[in-house]
Write a protein that binds this ligand. Structure first.
Ligand code: HPA
Length: 274
């Protein structure tokens, strides 16, 4: 297979041959959070399946397409469905669409995900602004030869989630009357949910929420100097004393229930970015 840079150029060229408006913002829609696409005046949809070098999403709740159009009057590209390490994709494959969106010209990346709450002050349905992350043994997508055209060998990770975007989201949520939590997202590989002891360990390590996505995407973005803003929807509470069985269905339902709040914030963020 050709090198990463070549593949990125081929994929970008293919997409631009189908739709040639430069998106300003890239959006990743997490599990159960795909309804944001109803906010988009869609101009072009391209199924992952049809995009050269793109992996194909298999998980329930992920439809698997790139959507181009306008949200709040701004040109955006949205990923309806993302790639997870637990599906068997490599870390580089998980990061590939993020790199493609940067090549397409986005200036900011908005990410959403479903996550388990480990902060004892959180409840199901809360939105958490991600202020930082901890990679809990998730393979780094930058392992291997560095592609200097993408970024530095040893990228800085002191502020992957940009403070000015977090401040803007707080302003927006305040105006909309949407309460927000904030905290540290702990990325795990999954696909198992955590044991009771793991949830407790993650809490002790400084995590406020835990999930199976995002970290590899954010690392790829930080490598390329692409500013990120991310929100977790808290879909279950990991640290609790009573019976604690977590199912994917419960996670999807909780995400769907909170999705309108997330969409409202994302739309205003997109508008504010232009
Ligand atoms: N753990 C890991 N990933 C998750 C969880 C969880 O509790 N909830 C949603 N995604």
């Amino acid at each position: 297979m050709s090198g990463l840079l070549e593949r990125l150029r081929e994929t970008t060229g293919f997409i631009q041959s189908q739709y040639n408006t430069r998106p300003k913002v890239g959006i990743v829609l997490g599990s159960g959070l795909g309804n944001f696409i109803n906010e988009i005046s869609v101009e072009k949809e391209i199924r992952y399946h049809d995009i050269p070098h793109f992996p194909v999403s298999t998980v329930e709740g992920h439809t698997g397409k790139l959507i181009f159009g306008k949200a709040g009057g701004v040109d955006i590209v949205a990923m309806a469905g993302r790639f997870h390490f637990y599906e068997g994709y490599s870390a580089e494959e998980v990061a590939f669409p993020i790199r493609v969106m940067k090549f397409l010209g986005i200036g900011t990346l908005l990410i959403s995900n479903a996550a388990g709450g480990v902060n004892s002050g959180f409840k199901v349905g809360d939105l958490m602004l991600i202020t930082d992350h901890i990679s809990f043994f998730v393979p780094n997508p930058l392992l291997g030869k560095n592609v200097a055209e993408l970024g530095a060998r040893f990228p800085d990770m002191s502020e992957p989630y940009k403070k000015h975007l977090i401040a803007k989201a707080k302003e927006i949520a305040d105006i909309l009357g949407i309460p927000l939590q904030e905290g540290v997202y702990c990325g795990v590989t999954g696909p198992t949910f955590e044991t009771r002891s793991e949830y407790k360990l993650i809490q002790k390590l400084g995590g406020d929420a835990v999930g199976m996505s995002t970290v590899q995407e954010v690392i790829a973005a930080a490598h390329m100097g692409l500013p990120v803003f991310a929100i977790s929807v808290i879909t279950d509470i990991g640290v609790r004393e009573e019976e604690n069985i977590i199912t994917h269905e419960e996670v999807l339902q909780a995400a769907k229930d909170s999705e309108p709040k997330l969409s409202a914030i994302f739309i205003e963020m997109v508008k504010a970015l232009c």
